[in-house]
Design a protein around this ligand. Structure first.
Ligand SMILES: [Cu+2]
Length: 147
């Protein structure tokens, strides 16, 4: 009887910790990553992706890091009075279930100062930094057109 009770208790404890663990490890997903191919010697490339948050909690993206660029940033393009301009984006919040599309003419990764030549077919390593300290890594293939 006591053994049975102990086992039931342990099982419940395991279930509880498993569900807490799942909530903590749920992470947004980088989908369709790519970097637009640029002429040799280009000092800036642009990266695109879809960032999907399948979690039950909102997530905040605060920065971007890359082993292949000295100065990666998150930018947003918009048109003001007929003039296109880019602004640095500080923080991006994704509600539960929300997807953010990084695409030409809108939100994009501005990848400045490449550390190596990146030709079509190469892959750049890029990480998005979350407010809670986690990093989302993806390989961004260099392509001429969107996948
Ligand atoms: Cu830009």
């Amino acid at each position: 009887m006591n053994v049975l009770r102990l086992m039931v208790g342990l099982t419940l404890a395991c279930l509880a910790s498993a569900s807490v663990g799942a909530a903590e490890t749920c992470a947004p997903v980088i989908e369709k990553p790519w970097v637009r191919a640029a002429p040799p010697g280009a000092t800036t490339l642009a990266g695109y992706l879809v960032l999907r948050n399948p979690c039950r909690a909102a997530v905040v993206v605060t920065d971007v890091e890359s082993r292949d660029f000295d100065m990666p940033m998150i930018h947003r393009s918009d048109v003001v009075d007929g003039v296109s301009r880019m602004r640095h984006v500080g923080e991006l919040t994704l509600a539960p279930g929300q997807s953010l599309v990084f695409e030409p003419g809108g939100l994009h990764l501005m990848l400045m100062k490449p550390r190596r030549a990146l030709a079509e077919g190469d892959q750049a390593g890029v990480r998005l930094v979350l407010a809670d300290g986690r990093r989302l890594f993806a390989l961004f293939p260099v392509r001429r057109e969107a996948p």
